[in-house]
Design a protein around this ligand. Structure first.
Ligand SMILES: [Zn+2]
Length: 608
């Protein structure tokens, strides 16, 4: 929608910038201006100023500034026309009728009609709940659930009459046509092209957008019944998309910058928490959280508290939702409830104070994952420990801060009684095998890490590097184990430490199918072995053709050995020749041996 200049000015003049910004920022008066902490960048000392005389704001820290529209556009992530609409609604100024506006699109016109229909429907449902005989049992049900009249009004709860077309008739009496009412999601077309009410005999929860406009409904059946779903929602329409909305956000956003946002699952949880004073609560409306919802939340806060039913929280879908929030940069904490209780139950049974304590005790996301993923494992069993580690590894790798990740690795190593180094190796191994959960930062670091090591390898003799590669291959590529074992014995290792490491790997491989680096570390024992092994594993080399690499490595090591023998024989030959006491027989023997070794060296198979 485009607005006339006069209208833009009228709205701006009706919205005092100090009043509007105060809803988001704690402002203190200093002289003729107000100052506060900037909502657009992190700061400890306030450099954000609002000048009521000029009706302007400016931040000396991040150099953001403007008027009340600029502020709302930035803070609410709205376009200019949306910011005008937003502030007009706030100031109670009626928007110009679609006809008044010259360049109004057809789509915008339909959208406006749908919003009008939904608003009228919400009023109708509210009337049914409060004023009709038929709505009384619904009202009593809500009161019995502990809701106050005030909160019912605040959330505009209502009741749809248990008839096939009462809502339809009401809206038609207001002048709307069937097609528009259908587009609003209120009625459904039946088999014989007859329309009937979507919501019948249900408690109605109006769903609003961030500006507080009704964009859809949730309808809850009062009695539990097998034939009817407990909850019924508006389908996606021109104005409503369930993936992009959060129930209660239009209210919750006001305090969210200070307190964070509490995310619950259902309508009743939101309302119960708001009534108890936790007005920063929203619901994801039955779906697991979407990226759109996460972005919406990020507009208002950096911190979220998840308060899911105890039996829902641990489910994979819930954890995925938590990851979405985490990935977008929100600090995620999980509020834990006793089994079988949802937030609504909890606050009714235990009260406000106890709930407040629950918020303070909320677990950081990673701690929560470590705890829930542990379920079903017997931590006294090494196999279970290993399975658990492989399960948590991708989550650990998601932690972007290395300091934080390090702290968790230390913590896990303590709880599981596994050496930190072993754990690290296992987790790194996981990162190599599974790209899932690898953050870009992590990859970057690995890359530079590799480069650094590659530089070292330039001065590392080829045969030693080949031994390192063989060890790496033994651990990571099961399919080449036989190939290595059959062509390369322990005595073929040149380096003593490498040989010791290989010895342990061979013995483990003989007794079990799968081995983990962590396990090997435990078996290695000696510090210098562990150090070497950790270094080898941390190199994170990817072998494109494992079998070819194996053959190359073996050829290099054996070739190196044979070359050494050749060098030795050459020395002996020289010595023998130089000897005054010429020994033809001895010399011949050496020459034959030299030739023989040379042939063997030539015949060494390279993988190519
Ligand atoms: Zn700033």
């Amino acid at each position: 929608m485009t607005f006339q200049e006069e209208f833009v000015e009228e709205v701006r003049n009706s919205c005092d910038i100090v009043e509007i910004i105060s809803e988001y920022v704690d402002l203190k008066k200093t002289g003729k201006n107000f100052v506060g902490k900037c909502p657009f960048h992190n700061e400890k000392t306030p450099s954000f100023t609002v000048a009521p005389e000029k009706q302007m704001f400016y931040c000396f820290g991040c150099k953001t500034g403007g008027n009340v529209y600029t502020f709302i556009m930035k803070k609410e992530n709205l376009s200019f026309p949306e910011a005008i609409e937003f502030l007009a609604n706030k100031a109670g100024i009626v928007l110009p009728q679609p006809d008044d506006s010259a360049a109004i699109s057809q789509k915008g016109r339909i959208k406006n009609i749908i919003l009008e229909i939904l608003k009228d429907a919400a009023n109708y449902f509210y009337y049914n709940l409060i004023k009709t005989e038929s709505g009384r049992h619904a009202f009593e049900y809500l009161i019995k659930r502990g809701l106050s009249k005030e909160i019912i009004r605040k959330f505009g709860l209502g009741y749809s009459l248990p008839e096939w077309d009462s809502t339809k008739k009401f809206l038609e009496s207001k002048g709307y046509d069937e097609k528009s009412i259908e587009s609003a999601g209120i009625i459904i077309k039946g088999k014989y092209n007859n329309y009937y009410d979507r919501f019948r005999g249900r408690i109605m929860f109006p769903i609003t957008d961030v500006m507080g406009r009704v964009i859809g409904f949730g309808g809850r059946a009062i009695a539990d019944s097998d034939s009817q779903p407990k909850y019924l929602n508006t389908p996606d329409t021109v104005v409503y998309n369930k993936r992009k909305n959060l129930y209660g956000l239009s209210i919750a956003k006001r305090e969210s910058s200070k307190k964070g946002i509490i995310i619950v699952e259902g309508y009743m949880d939101v309302i119960a928490l708001h009534q108890a004073g936790f007005t920063n609560t929203v619901a994801s409306l039955g779906t697991s959280l979407t990226i759109e919802q996460a972005k919406l939340i990020k507009r208002y806060t950096d911190e979220v508290y998840l308060a899911y039913d105890s039996d829902e929280a641990g489910k994979a879908a819930s954890i995925r939702g938590m990851d979405i929030l985490n990935d977008i940069g929100l600090i995620v904490k999980v509020i834990m409830f006793p089994e079988g209780l949802d937030p609504d139950d909890y606050i009714r049974q235990k009260g406000r104070e106890e709930f407040h304590n629950k918020i303070n005790e909320a677990l950081p996301l990673m701690d929560y994952k470590l705890m829930t993923l542990k379920e079903g494992y017997d931590m006294s069993s090494p196999l279970d420990k290993r399975a658990y580690i492989s399960k948590i590894a991708p989550h650990l790798l998601k932690i972007k801060s290395f300091v934080e990740r390090d702290a968790y690795i230390r913590k896990i190593s303590e709880t599981l009684g596994i050496r930190e180094e072993a754990l690290r190796i296992d987790i790194n191994r996981y990162s190599k095998k599974n790209q899932y959960g690898n953050t870009i930062e992590h990859k970057k670091v690995l890359k530079t890490h590799n480069n650094k090591n590659n530089a070292k390898f330039k001065i590392m003799p080829a045969h030693i590097k080949a031994e390192w590669d063989l060890i790496n291959l033994l651990i990571n590529e099961d399919q080449v184990y036989e190939l290595i074992k059959n062509n390369f014995s322990l005595s073929d290792f040149i380096d003593d430490i490498n040989r010791e490491i290989a010895k342990i790997i061979y013995s483990l491989k003989n007794s079990q199918t799968e081995i983990s680096p962590a396990e090997i570390v435990d078996k290695l024992g000696r510090e210098e072995y562990v150090k070497r092994f950790s270094h080898i594993v941390a190199r994170d080399v990817i072998y494109e053709d494992a079998e070819k690499t194996v053959l190359d490595c073996i050829a290099k090591i054996k070739g190196y050995k044979l070359q050494q023998e050749l060098d030795n024989i050459q020395q002996l030959i020289k010595k023998t020749e130089a000897s005054t006491k010429s020994n033809e027989h001895e010399l011949n023997k050496l020459l034959v041996k030299y030739q023989e070794i040379l042939e063997r060296k030539k015949s060494l198979k390279f993988g190519c």
